[in-house]
Design a protein around this ligand. Structure first.
Ligand code: R5P
Length: 292
């Protein structure tokens, strides 16, 4: 048996297969049966190595189901392997990294305890929403970025003098990194989100730089699509040319994709941290680099 096992959670089967192939690992797949009450019954397809195991499972919706599956896989891996490393390509709950309103529970703190308790010694994530979330973990962590791979895709489009735009000030550094890698300019809009209703507003008044230019809206994730839709509507009013969207994690809840297209976005490009129609940028090489 190969010394290294790559255990593929059901939520990340394809990505785990790619990682395993690159590491020349022994791929162990999981079959999941869902009981009528929603419980996951996981059965592994092969033997786990005694040496090192790598668990790959994204925590996208259904978030709690995929989370408990990740923890179960880690726990099983730890029964057999001396070392368990966990790859969570999309880390759900990462937005709950601090107490924004009094009484709110910082769920990332809970996750830190759960991952450690399940038996992993390290967690690798891709473009986590907030690095602050990982401060609640007492095991080793590593946040890798999909930006260089996303940029490679956009370089192939050969857009003329594109402008990179962050929909909010929080994403300014991300937009800067993207723009530097692409060799272009960037700006960051001013966004306000109501902490109770979740509704977003663009507060920026005028941006002359966007006039007649192709734009790449860069964000870490798209959930409801609200941020991208509001930003696109604003940028279209400012008479930009086309709006492309680059993001790492495309959750695209409900009919978000349809609404984003309706707002005037030409194309959404995301990474395969979450499988889906828009997830055309592969981050397996990036993850493998963090594993070796
Ligand atoms: C916010 O700070 C994030 O970077 C994203 O912009 C946000 O989480 C996306 O959520 P939605 O698509 O629901 O606006």
């Amino acid at each position: 048996m190969a010394r290294l096992s790559v255990i593929a959670g059901k939520a990340s089967e394809e990505l785990a297969r790619k990682i395993s192939r690159k590491l020349k690992g022994n791929l162990v797949k999981s079959e999941v049966r869902t009981f009528a009450d929603g419980e996951s019954k996981i059965t592994l397809s092969g033997k786990i190595s005694k040496g090192k195991s790598i668990v790959v499972q994204s925590v996208y919706p259904p978030v709690d189901t995929n989370l408990i599956q990740a923890l179960s896989l880690i726990s099983k891996a730890k029964e057999n392997s001396s070392e368990v490393i966990t790859v969570i390509p999309y880390m759900g709950y990462a937005r709950q990294d601090r107490e924004f309103l009094p009484g709110e529970i910082v769920t990332m703190k809970v996750l830190g305890k759960l991952f450690k308790g399940a038996g992993t010694s390290k967690v690798i994530v891709v473009d986590i929403h907030s690095l602050n979330g990982l401060k609640h973990f007492t095991i080793k962590t590593n946040n890798v970025t999909a930006i260089p791979e996303l940029v490679k895709f956009f370089k192939k489009l050969r857009l003329k003098e594109p402008l990179v735009v962050s929909p909010d000030q929080g994403g300014k550094e991300r937009a800067k990194e993207f723009a530097q890698e692409l060799g272009s300019e960037y700006i960051a809009l001013e966004k306000k989100r109501d902490r109770k209703t979740g509704k977003v507003q663009i507060k920026t008044k005028n941006v002359d730089e966007v006039l007649g230019r192709d734009l790449i809206l860069v964000d870490d994730m798209i959930s409801t699509g609200g941020s991208i839709i509001k930003a696109t509507q604003f940028l279209k009013k400012q008479k930009c040319k086309r709006v492309f969207v680059a993001c790492t994690h495309a959750l695209l809840m409900n009919d978000a994709e349809k609404k984003i297209k309706k707002a005037g976005v030409t194309k959404i490009v995301s990474a395969n941290t979450i499988p889906g129609k828009t997830s055309i940028v592969d981050v397996s090489n990036t993850i493998v680099k963090a594993l070796v």
